[in-house]
Structures are given as C-alpha cells and as structure tokens.
Design a binder for this molecule. Structure first.
Ligand SMILES: NC(=O)c1ccc[n+]([C@@H]2O[C@H](COP(=O)([O-])OP(=O)(O)OC[C@H]3O[C@@H](n4cnc5c(N)ncnc54)[C@H](O)[C@@H]3O)[C@@H](O)[C@H]2O)c1
Length: 354
C-alpha cells in the first residue's frame, strides 16, 4: 500500500486528483497538505472528508519543520511516511503574478526546493516501495508558439510571465535534484485544464459565472490567443500513470489535442448557456474586450506523443462533452460559486475585472 502526499490538494486540479486517486486506490493512504490560500477550498473535498484513508493537514510547503514532521510521522503516528509525492501546490494565476510576483517565487520556487530537500532527507535508495516525486508543471514554461508547431519535451524553456518563470525555475530545481542527488522525480507539463472546482478567475469558470450573473465577459486583446484545453479528469489519469509508471528524471507533456482561440471558446460557452438558461438575448452581448495582458503568449499547443507511446496515456473526454459537463456542474453548484467568490476575492475581482 502506498502513502501519497498531495500538496495543494484543495485547489482545482489537486482536489480532482485527490478524489480520483482515493476512488482508484481505496486501500492507499492520502495526505493532503494545503495552505488554503484564496484558491484552496475544503468544500471541494466535502464528499471524501470522512474517508478513513484521507488526511488533511493545513500548512505550507514552505514550512520545513511541518514537512519533516509529516515524513517523521509525528503529525499522526498511525500514518506511514509518504513514499509518493504529487506536488500541485502553487500560486497559479498569471494575472496575479504580474501584479505581485513575490508569493509566486516563495511558494513555487522556494516551496518546491524545501519540499525536494525534505524528500531527499527521508527517502532512502533501499526503500521497498516505489518512491516518486511528481512535479506538476505547465506548458507555459516553453513560452509562446507562433501559428504552427507544437511543444515537445525537447523544446527550450522560455517562460514569459512571472508565473511561468517561477514554474520553470521549479522545473529546473527538480531536474537538478535528479542529476545531482538521483532523487526519483518526474515532471509533467500540461496544457490548460477545465472542469469542476476551478476557481472562477480562470477563463472558463469566469465566463460561466459572469453569464449566470449577467456581468461583462472580459476578453484580453482581440481574443485571438490560442490554448489547448484538457479535461481535468484526463489530466488526473495522466498524472496517475506518470507517478506509477513514469521513468525517473523524465518530462512528460500532457495535452488535449484541442486548440481554441479564447473568443471562440467564450462564444461557445455563451451559446450552450443561452440554450440551457433559455436566455432571450445572446450572452455574447456581454463580451467586453479589455487591454491585452502584458507579455501575453499567443499560442500554446502540446505534442503528447511521448506519454502516449511510453506510458499508454491518451485523453478520453471529448471537448464537446467535457464543456457541457463543466457548464452543468457550475450551474448545479452556484452555492459553491457564490462562496468562493465572496469576501476577499470579491474585492479583488471588482478592482481588477470590472
Ligand atoms: N489550472 C491549469 O490549467 C494548470 C495548467 C498547467 C499546470 N498547472 C499546475 O497545476 C498545479 C495545480 O493548479 P490548480 O489550477 O489546481 O491551482 P489552484 O490555484 O487551483 O490551487 C493551488 C492550491 O495550492 C495551495 N497552495 C498555494 N500555496 C501553497 C503553499 N505555500 N503551501 C501549500 N499549499 C499551497 C492553494 O491553497 C490551492 O489549494 C499548479 O502547480 C499549476 O502550476 C495548472
């Protein structure tokens, strides 16, 4: 049986992964370490909070002593030390990194280094169980593509935003810990995720939430930036494959083969929601073109051939079904939407998006 430490498991992808993992491996033990920033929400995990194999610890990956206690099994003596780590915890929003990059450097870079050092201290090369540190990174580290081409794992790292620079820095640290200390690490770089529980400052839930509330739909520039969209549960399956079967020291790209311009995705969401809500006037009238994000990458697109050929993973959800399921989820979970967008976030939103 494995004991897996998930960092950032109360966020969007992390909470989907926690539930995916416990469902798939009901006998494993999962420890979720999350500092519950504005992006972390225990409501995301309500349905598994009483699972005997699930343990939540509130705290930061920057807290070295707390991490050491987890690995020394001092927090809960009944728990074994983690033999797997799935590292999601991060500051994840590009716009916020442009306004203030400090928390990005602190959590994404320094936090990752502290976590790596802790794992290095406690994992021995003679362990009977598979040890693996899975570092969840992003295609944004590669920078921007032109109109053609795809990112492969061999692309040079050329991050353009403080967020992607912080992720690229952590990727390089992970790589260095493999080369220098032979730490069993794997890095994955995925494209834009969508699905339930995504914080509504990211494009898809922001647009859904604003259509529900008849607020303007802010679109950067002309809306022509292209992203490759990946359903979050497909991402979880890929991460599970990587942590269990991936080769140490390797990078695996994870993508949805699903490129959309921002404006087309917004128009699609308007169409689906207008039908569902019986709107008489088109929600596209709410579209509001705003000054482009500085350094806005034009296009990201992933070549995920390596993980397909070497580990047998491919996305299973079509975008047509995934986007409808996602919209349905937000329509059915408006209490969740209201809760996560109240308080401090509401002030931030009103200041920066209205
Ligand atoms: N969302 C995407 O489309 C996407 C795409 C590529 C890569 N990623 C990467 O996937 C990971 C998860 O992304 P997400 O969208 O779920 O992010 P998120 O912002 O929804 O969640 C991040 C989580 O990390 C927690 N956290 C932040 N700082 C912490 C700290 N110091 N210690 C412990 N916990 C802390 C937050 O409370 C939150 O629960 C990130 O590493 C991100 O860079 C995300």
């Amino acid at each position: 049986m494995n004991t897996i430490l998930v960092t950032g498991g109360a966020g969007f992808i992390g909470s989907n992964f926690v539930k995916y993992y416990l469902n798939k491996y009901p006998s494993d033990t999962l420890i979720n370490l999350d500092d519950l920033t504005y992006a972390g929400n225990l409501e995301n995990l309500k349905d598994i909070e009483n699972n005997a194999n699930y343990h939540f610890i509130k705290g930061s990956i920057c807290d070295k002593e707390l991490l050491r206690k987890i690995f020394k099994t001092e927090i809960k003596t009944t728990l074994e030390a983690p033999n797997l780590v799935a590292h999601f915890a991060a500051e994840s929003h590009v716009d916020r990194s442009i306004k203030d990059s400090s928390p990005f450097i602190q959590t994404n870079v320094v936090g990752t280094q502290i976590l790596l050092d802790t794992v290095r201290e406690f994992w021995s090369t003679t362990s009977k169980k598979r040890n693996c540190f899975l570092h969840v990174s992003t295609d944004e580290v590669y920078g921007s593509l032109g109109k053609t081409g795809l990112f492969t794992e061999n692309n040079q790292i050329k991050p353009n935003s403080p967020y992607s620079a912080s992720k690229a820095s952590s990727d390089l640290l992970v790589r260095a810990y493999y080369k220098t200390f032979n730490l069993p690490v794997i890095t994955t770089r995925c494209s834009n995720n969508y699905g339930p529980y995504q914080f509504p400052e990211k494009l898809i839930p922001l647009i859904i939430n604003n259509i529900i509330n008849k607020k303007p739909l802010p679109i950067y520039g002309q809306g022509l930036n292209i992203r490759d969209w990946l359903f979050v549960l497909d991402h979880c399956a890929a991460l599970d494959t990587a942590i269990k079967q991936g080769k140490f020291g390797e990078v695996y790209n994870i993508g949805g083969n699903n490129e959309w311009t921002n404006i087309d995705i917004v128009k699609l969401i308007c169409k689906i929601m207008d039908e569902k809500l019986g709107n008489k006037t088109s929600s596209t009238q709410l579209i509001n073109y705003v000054t482009d994000r500085p350094g806005h990458d034009l296009r990201y697109a992933i070549d995920a051939t390596k993980i397909k050929n070497e580990l047998g993973w491919e996305p299973e959800h079509t975008f047509e079904k995934g986007i409808v399921a996602t919209i349905d989820w937000y329509l059915e979970n408006q209490v969740w939407l209201q809760e996560v967008t109240s308080g401090e976030y509401q002030k931030y939103y009103n200041k920066h998006y209205l």
